[in-house]
Each structure stands twice: as structure tokens, then as C-alpha cells.
Design a binder for this molecule. Structure first.
Ligand code: ADP
Ligand code: MG
Ligand code: MG
Length: 201
């Protein structure tokens, strides 16, 4: 996979976030502050703009594309999700180094580092009812295939419904966070859906 693959992934994610923004905001209205759709839309629009603003003759590496996207999310999104997704993409990009092409196994290892960095920044782990509950099973299933990762991340997002939130705004609700799907886990599942889409299998 080359830099163009990663641009396509981010562009597809911008589109998916636009399509799902209302749903993400509805989920956040139930257990947060009803801005997750708007935060994601603002962030990924800025990512697409930053990528489009690159000089056409400057060929970025896969790592540089992801690091640019991560920096953009951190600077443009005020909510918790901005620094967390920004860290995910920046750390993943950094782990890819400056290779012009990366293998499936290299991407999986890099995403694994990115997901760990999210847990470190958020002081969160599997079962806390956060984006990690989709990211962790998604990355794990990448060892099998991109479609398997998409399905595992989607199941992970659904599995947050009976959980009690231990991190983020939803944790303020205590028991009342139970029975609602986590918005960040839902957007994380979108990232794996678009990855499977651009990987084309
Ligand atoms: P905010 O909560 O600041 O309004 P968003 O609504 O954009 O930000 O994002 C909320 C999502 O961020 C949550 O649904 C959850 O998945 C994720 N999140 C919040 N705090 C953490 C954390 N400490 N670790 C991992 N993910 C978190
Ligand atoms: Mg919110
Ligand atoms: Mg907010």
C-alpha cells in the first residue's frame, strides 16, 4: 500500500463521517454532549483539506499522510475525540516510518502501536466503553483480513451497549450510561469499514 491508498482511506472516512454524523451525534446526545458527529465532521473535513492543500508534486509517504491527518485532527477538534484520533493516526504514521510502501503486516503492527497510544493518552482500556472497544478487536482481526477487521470493529461497537462507561463524559452518568452504544466506538468502526472498502476485499 502506498501513500495514495492512505489518502483514499482518509477521503472515504471523511465521506463516511459526513453520512453518519447525525447518528454519531444522536448517540452522543444519549450519554455525552451531542457533538461527536460535529467533532468528527469538522476534523475529517480539515484532514481532507490539508491533504488537498499538499503541493501536487510532493509525494508523501504513507507515514507522512497519516501524521499530517493526525496533526490536523489534534489542532482542529476540541473534544476528547480530536486528540485521541489524532494520536491514533499520528502514532500509526510514525510507526510506518518513511517507507514509500507498506505491507498489510506493517500496517497492522503500526495500528497496534497507534491503538496503544490511545489507551495511554486516555488512561483507558478494553471494557471502559470507549473507542478502544472497537479499535482493539478491529486491529486484532486485521491478522485475518480487512473484512474480518471491519466486522470485528462493528461487533465491538455494539458490545459497548451493555457496558458502564469508565472514561470520558459518559462516565459521569455512571449506571445510566448502560444501554447505549458508545459514539466513539461507533466512529472507530467506521474507520475499519472504510479501510476494508479501499482495500477492496
Ligand atoms: P467529548 O466527549 O469531549 O464531547 P466527543 O464527543 O467527540 O468528545 O468524543 C467522545 C468519545 O471519545 C467517546 O464516545 C469515547 O469513545 C471517546 N473517549 C472519551 N474519553 C476517552 C478516553 N479517556 N479514552 C478513550 N476514548 C475516550
Ligand atoms: Mg461529545
Ligand atoms: Mg464535547
Amino acid at each position: 500500500m502506498d501513500a495514495e491508498f492512505f489518502r483514499r482511506w482518509l477521503t472515504a472516512t471523511t465521506r463516511a463521517v459526513e453520512e453518519e454524523a447525525d447518528r454519531l451525534t444522536e448517540l452522543d446526545a444519549a450519554i455525552g454532549d451531542a457533538d461527536h458527529g460535529a467533532n468528527m465532521r469538522r476534523g475529517f473535513r480539515a484532514v481532507s483539506e490539508a491533504l488537498a492543500a499538499q503541493e501536487p508534486d510532493v509525494v508523501l509517504t504513507p507515514g507522512a499522510v497519516l501524521m499530517l491527518a493526525g496533526r490536523t485532527l489534534i489542532s482542529k477538534v476540541g473534544g476528547a475525540s480530536g486528540p485521541l484520533y489524532g494520536t491514533l493516526l499520528r502514532r500509526t504514521g510514525k510507526a510506518l516510518g518513511d517507507a514509500p510502501e507498506v505491507s498489510d503486516a506493517e500496517l497492522r503492527a503500526a495500528l497496534d502501536e497507534g491503538v496503544r497510544a490511545v489507551g495511554t493518552l486516555g488512561k483507558s482500556e478494553a471494557g471502559d466503553k470507549t473507542m478502544l472497544d472497537a479499535l482493539i478487536p478491529g486491529v486484532r482481526a486485521l491478522a485475518e483480513s480487512y473484512p474480518a477487521a471491519r466486522d470485528a470493529a462493528a461487533r465491538g461497537a455494539e458490545a459497548t451497549i451493555p457496558m458502564r462507561a469508565r472514561r470520558g463524559r459518559a462516565s459521569y452518568l455512571g449506571e445510566r450510561s448502560i444501554g447505549h452504544q458508545d459514539p466513539g466506538a461507533t466512529s472507530s468502526a467506521l474507520l475499519f469499514a472504510t479501510l476494508a472498502e479501499v482495500a477492496g476485499d
